[in-house]
Design a protein around this ligand. Structure first.
Ligand code: AMP
Length: 627
């Protein structure tokens, strides 16, 4: 398809041609004809980088009446940087349209300048919600003639607390307006806004719902938490041409990581909320100009940054929320380029990766943390490649060549190369000479599975409950726990579906369950790292009886499991894993929305037989509200 086939005005076609746009991107192919031909509203699931500015900008520009000096289109966006960018894009698309005015208004800048720009009303305003309300209240913006309202990065606007402002603005615009909502993710709150304020809207999705770009490869490295920084360095060193953002959880961590990187000679800087707007602008500008190769940032601070050719996004920690992961990883792989989203996790976080995989419907690859030798080889050949391809300016160096030739005459080609490489490379080689393997030892990687069955002598604590050990977990019915969910939590926390669980008892505040002595250590160790749930050995039996267990066979044929649990045989992992019933939970929602109450009303499906799929990932995944 060509832009010409989309029936856009000649002035617009010529402008986008000058910009070098040849064919419409998928979101444009869908949104432009829809907006031009139908009279309905539009909800588009699309991330930045998919071409969404032109997707709403071109049809809106096409329909603006340039003779009228009233605000006809309003674009709301979460950050000042995005506002500026959208306004610039719209100015570019409309540069051949006479009498068209676009003004960007946003917080964090002297309002007087913006007031002046609004002296003659523009046809299009691009605004952050708070500043727009300020200007409306000052009587400087009149929205009574708005025909088009665009909510851009709607999920980000909600994350930033603009919900009420957006609603106020929506109510100030005529009911006859057409609304276009763009969002990278579709949390419930966005669906509610669409339902409440949009008429007959159609939904289009570019790529998979909630999924990162198709061009993004997701990989992760597993290491000890305390070695995170060293792993980061190896990743960076393995990718000499990296141009990426390292996301951290807190300002403090952001500063620390950036300081360490700079201290270690990397071309890095920090972007976080403790910096003034001017400082942030400077850092972002340097990064855009590629004077900085690695930007270490918090999610909030990085929001305004829009760079379309990042090679990597690195999650120094896993974010608490799958939406944040989606946003972060969506910053790479833009404009048809390949991108890599890298995450550093520790071994107990594997289940979180599984959750994200399921929700994004993507497969993540675990890669081995490269050793010193691999990193050195990569760096060395990168240097050699650069040398091979460097542009030699004969003109500039010819003056010095005779002297150089004379001075180095006695060196063979091999000697010359050795010296040249050493000059550039010695520091690197000596740093990596004796560095340790940062991968977890195979034993702990496998959760000590290898030892199972050979640990008769390990039952020091002594079996209770007829050969089993009774454990107590500090959550119970009031947190929505039932047997199926418990099994799911155990499954995910231990990352092992073959843990045998004996009888289960769920009280209002606590959950008691039996494990077998040979797996006791494994279970205790796995839970030791958990912060939201605490598992300890239960005190002496108070006559625990399997019949009190809340585990009941449900439809789907789990009576065998009831009897195996009840008779002391335990719920065999093999049984649980054997079911191939698809996950009952679907896994569409971001995990932070998956409250326990949600799950308790889910269909039981196979009656808990498929602990791995139904109870497993979802219970473990959703248990901690966010995971
Ligand atoms: P956006 O998602 O609007 O931020 O756009 C991402 C990038 O793609 C921007 O740099 C746009 O200039 C560029 N772009 C948008 N539409 C096209 C197109 N049809 N062809 C080539 N580049 C485009």
């Amino acid at each position: 398809m060509t832009f010409r086939e989309l029936n856009l005005k000649e002035e617009i076609l010529s402008a986008i041609e000058e910009l070098g746009y040849e064919n419409p991107m998928p979101v444009q192919e869908q949104a432009i004809p829809f907006m031009l031909e139908k009279k309905a509203d539009l909800v588009a699931l699309a991330q930045t980088g998919t071409g969404k500015t032109a997707a709403f900008g071109l049809p809106v520009l096409n329909m603006i009446d340039t003779q009228s000096k009233k605000v006809q289109a309003l674009v709301l966006s979460p950050t000042r940087e995005l506002c500026i960018q959208i306004a610039n894009d719209l100015k570019g698309y409309s540069k051949n349209m006479r009498s068209l005015k676009v003004v960007a208004v946003y917080g964090g800048e002297d309002i007087r300048v913006q007031l002046r720009q609004l002296d003659t009303p523009p046809q299009i305003i691009v605004a952050t919600p708070g500043r727009l309300i300020d200007l409306i209240e000052r009587g400087k913006v009149e929205l009574g003639a708005v025909d088009f309202l665009v909510l851009d990065e709607a999920d980000e606007m909600l994350n930033m607390g603009f919900k009420e402002d957006i609603e106020t603005i929506l109510e100030r615009t005529p009911e006859t307006r057409r609304t276009m909502l763009f969002s990278a993710t579709m949390p419930k709150e966005i669906a509610n806004i669409a339902k409440r304020y949009m008429k007959n809207f159609e939904e289009i999705t570019v790529g998979t719902k909630n999924a990162g770009s198709e061009n993004v490869e997701h990989i992760y490295y597993v290491s000890q938490a305390k070695q995170r920084y060293l792993v980061l360095k190896r990743i960076v060193d393995l990718n000499p041409d990296i141009y990426g953002i390292v996301f951290c959880r807190t300002r403090m961590e952001t500063k620390e990581v950036a300081d360490k990187l700079m201290h270690d000679g990397y071309n890095a800087d920090a972007l976080h909320g403790d910096l003034s707007q001017a400082q942030r602008d400077t850092v972002m500008q340097k990064f855009r100009n590629r004077n900085i190769q690695l930007l270490v940032a918090t999610d909030v601070a990085a929001r305004g940054l829009d760079v379309s050719d990042l090679t990597h996004v690195i999650n120094y920690n896993l974010p608490d929320d799958v939406e944040i992961y989606t946003h972060r990883s969506g910053r790479t792989g833009r404009a048809n380029k390949k991108g890599i989203a890298v995450t550093i996790i520790h071994s107990k976080e594997r289940f979180k990766i599984k959750d994200i995989e399921r929700m994004l419907r993507k497969t993540f690859t675990q890669e081995q943390i490269p050793n010193g030798l691999e990193v050195c080889k990569k760096q060395l050949f990168h240097l050699i490649d650069r040398m091979e391809n460097v542009e030699v300016s004969e003109e500039q160096i010819e003056t010095y060549m005779p002297q150089i030739m004379t001075q180095l005459e006695y060196l063979s080609k091999e000697e010359l190369l050795k010296r040249f490489v050493s000059l550039e490379f010695n520091r690197f080689l000596s740093y990596y000479k004796n560095t340790e393997d940062l991968n977890l030892p195979e034993r702990s990687e496998r959760g000590e599975r290898g030892e199972r069955g050979e640990r008769g002598e390990r039952g020091e604590r002594g079996p209770k409950q007829g050969g089993r050990v009774r454990l107590k977990m500090n959550v119970g019915e009031r947190e929505g726990i039932d047997a199926k969910r418990l099994l799911g939590i155990i499954n995910d926390v231990t990352n092992d579906k073959s843990i045998n669980i004996g009888a289960i008892e769920v009280t209002n505040k606590f959950t008691f369950f039996d494990v077998f002595p040979d797996q006791l250590d494994q279970v205790m160790k796995a839970f030791a790292d958990q912060t939201d749930v605490v598992v300890s050995e239960a005190k002496a039996s108070k006559g625990f009886d399997d019949r009190k267990s809340d585990y009941r066979p449900r439809s789907g044929g789990s009576s065998d499991r009831r009897s195996s649990g009840g008779s002391g045989g335990g719920y065999r992992g093999g049984d649980r894993a054997a079911s191939s019933r698809p996950a009952a939970t679907g896994g569409e929602k971001p995990w932070r929305n998956r409250e326990l109450s949600d799950r308790s009303s889910r269909p039981a499906g196979g009656g808990g037989s498929d602990r791995r799929r139904s109870g497993g990932s979802s219970a473990g995944g959703g248990f901690k509200k966010r995971y």
